[in-house]
Write a protein that binds this ligand. Sequence first.
Ligand SMILES: Cc1ncc(C[n+]2csc(CCOP(=O)(O)OP(=O)(O)O)c2C)c(N)n1
Ligand SMILES: [Mg+2]
Length: 329
Amino acid sequence: MTAVDDGAASAPGERIELLRQMIRIRRFEERCVELYSAEAIRGFLHLSIGEEAVAAGLLGVLEPGDAVVSTYREHGHALARGVPMNAVMAEMYGRATGCSHGRGGSMHLFDGERRFYGGNAIVGGGLPLAVGLALADSLRGRNTVTVCLFGDGAVAEGEFHECLNLAALWRLPVLFACENNRYAMGTALKREHAVTDLSLRAAGYGLASWPVDGMDAVEVAAAARRALESIRGGRGPCFLELRTYRFRAHSMYDADRYRDKAEIEQWKARDPIPRLFAELRAAGAAGPDAQVKLEAEVDAEIEAAVAAAESAPLEPITDLTRHVYAETR
Ligand SMILES: Cc1ncc(C[n+]2csc(CCOP(=O)(O)OP(=O)(O)O)c2C)c(N)n1
Ligand SMILES: [Mg+2]
């Protein structure tokens, strides 16, 4: 995990790190598509391709003691939080060395040590968990923030409103990070929400909230830093509406017939990876082969993770009933 502090977001080193992290997430998921097609990994698979600036920018500015709650579209969040790629890939394969011991798969990545409290298959399901974590941390006197990632679809859930209200009322240290990719499965934002400016919805509960260009990792890092500073200063929760787009279908089972192809192309033209690379090139901070070099490094990491997962054991059958009830008190 890389710290990106205020002035540092514009420093070339940090921008290269943001680029590297986005490439890492992109290539990881592209490899997952191949593995899925080859039936090496199974189950559900929700890709965040196009949305990498959110994961890299937001999670890169957290402190180790902060907590993170995520959704089923969380591979990038886990990787950017520092969950080792080997453990994430092994989880995709359902192996015992996976970050959830192979019991969770793509949608349930978890790493207690890094306070990554999971993907969650329930839309909006992470919001009450995040509020509870933040309450527990503040009762224990810890100056930590809980970052709660969720989609635009979760804003239509009742618990969104209950959680924002309670967090604001109790001034809990939560950063609500809405990854607005404009669709909840096949339902477009404007067909689901009477008010499509989601930052206004949060403002209605008294939270400091603002929209952010979620296709720009540097912008995301700067907005996250500003929100974290405010929360750590005891001024209560914040809400970021990170405006982004998924380039691929909702999941591997989605035929993606509800979106105009021209719209997809318009958003692809704002791809956060070539955008940041072009900025670094223009600033003289990256050479013409910088992206290729980063890709080669990342690909080596991914292939090592695939090889490790393929040779890793499955959980033994004798462990079948473990992790149902607590074994220690
Ligand atoms: C409570 C609940 N209702 C419905 C579903 C089915 N469902 C799965 S994903 C999804 C769309 C959620 O969209 P959004 O929150 O925008 O996240 P995105 O998939 O765009 O990242 C729905 C409705 C669910 N998993 N949980
Ligand atoms: Mg969405």
